[in-house]
Design a protein around this ligand. Structure first.
Ligand code: MLT
Length: 408
């Protein structure tokens, strides 16, 4: 008899964005003439930077020639990309991250989901609420939680983000082992100050915790005082892993390329107390379970670090930031309070006393606009919706006109 991993039975029926896609499909089938505008899942719509397209073409030509053809690459990524990341993402901000601590992959969703498997089931986990569901669900699958009750899993420590703390909750009151953070935050669009990040690092060092820091949206930070990396905080290299992605930064959601930084300074222990380098454990896992992101895609990612590439990436991110500004102005004009959307592509909108799924349904049915109900990110998201700035300008303008008409 085949018996399953029973922890899967604790999960909510489907993944948030699958659930939303189903509702949107049903609506579209019953309203075939409505042009639905998607400001739900954070999926980019603008074309790739031209430097990335050129690099893809050039790499495809290399693959077509027996002299330059490449098979399996290094599982942890080609040096040309790891070096570019070390120098330009970190060195340029005064942070020393050796290329050997960087692991290239095909996505941060997989990396943030997979990282927990290096640890025992007994490890305690803290997440913010609202939260990107991948951090929670993968720990449920691994058996680190009890059952789901009132929107939360037993055994997880939830740090509530709310209006009072600007959606940047303080560190836990109790010791935990793994602490997931995401800034700029998905879903609330909040950013953490240097002092707030320093408090998390201090907590982690005092309690022997590991911070799993998701920086997928760092490229939208324009405020020079907001840290882009957890490693801008002294000491973070001893207690934090950082995840970054080319998906939102350079329009790679359909190409797939990301990386994880596991500083060589981080030590973890086995049950006998023997110390191990966390980086070596991740290297072992990565080389066993992953065969490397494809060569053309790593070439495309590396091209975004050229001077022209950096210019194009900034222009792309500025485009979405302007969309975020339009969304904020639109919702504010109809009397709804918004958060985020500055240094972030997500606008977190106070539903004005409505239930978040109710407002989601209302906007879908009366405006043909897809958003994300805040409750899908956890109970503290109830009473909010998230509007994503990832779409073409014309569609964002039309969506805001329709939302204004529907809710005015
Ligand atoms: C989101 O909309 O929250 C993101 O697109 C999800 C992801 O990056 O996987």
């Amino acid at each position: 008899m085949i018996t399953i991993n029973e922890h899967y039975t604790k999960l909510t029926k489907s993944y948030l964005f699958v659930d939303i896609a189903k509702r949107v499909r049903a609506f579209q089938e019953s309203h075939p003439d409505t042009e639905v505008i998607k400001l739900g899942i954070g999926d980019v719509t603008r074309p790739l930077p031209a430097v990335a397209v050129d690099a893809l073409h050039a790499a495809a030509d290399e693959m077509a020639d027996s002299e330059t053809f490449r098979g399996y690459g290094p599982e942890q990524g080609y040096d040309f990309l790891r070096n570019a990341i070390a120098e330009q993402d970190y060195g340029s901000r005064g942070v020393e991250i050796p290329a050997e601590d960087i692991f290239v992959s095909d996505g941060s969703k997989c990396d943030t989901g997979n990282f927990q498997e290096l640890f025992t089931q007994a490890q305690t986990v803290a997440v913010t609420d609202p939260v990107y569901p991948v951090y929670v669900d993968t720990n449920v699958m691994a058996g680190r939680t009890g059952h789901f009750a009132d929107g939360r899993y037993e055994g997880i420590v939830y740090l509530e983000g709310n209006r009072d703390n600007g959606f940047v909750p303080p560190p836990p009151q109790t010791p935990v082992d793994l602490l997931y953070l995401c800034f700029p935050n998905n879903p609330t669009g909040s950013t953490a100050t240097r002092e707030q990040l320093a408090a998390y690092v201090d907590y982690a060092r005092t309690n022997g915790a590991l911070i799993l820091f998701d920086a997928a949206y760092y490229a939208f930070i324009r405020d020079p005082d907001v840290p882009q990396s957890i490693y801008e905080i002294p000491g973070a290299e001893t207690c934090a892993v950082e995840f970054r992605s080319f998906s939102k930064t350079a329009g790679f959601t359909g190409l797939r390329c990301a990386f994880t930084v596991v500083p060589h300074q981080i030590e973890v222990r086995d049950s006998s107390g023997t110390a191990h380098r966390l980086r070596d454990l991740w290297m072992r896992r990565h080389t066993t379970k992953f065969n490397g992101a494809s060569y053309p895609i790593q070439r495309a990612a590396a091209a975004t670090y050229s001077p022209e590439g950096r210019r194009e990436v900034k222009e792309l991110n500025d485009y979405y930031l302007e969309n975020a500004r339009i969304i904020r102005a639109g919702v504010n004009q109809i009397g709804l309070t918004s958060y985020g959307g500055v240094n972030s592509p997500y606008v977190w909108v106070d539903a004005g006393g409505r239930d978040s799924w109710e407002l989601f349904d209302e906007l879908l049915s009366s405006a043909g606009v897809v958003t994300t109900p805040g409750a899908g990110f956890g109970p503290a998201g109830e009473g909010f919706i998230r509007i994503s700035a990832f779409n073409d300008r014309e569609k964002v303008n039309t969506a805001m006109e329709r939302i204004t008409t529907a809710l005015a």
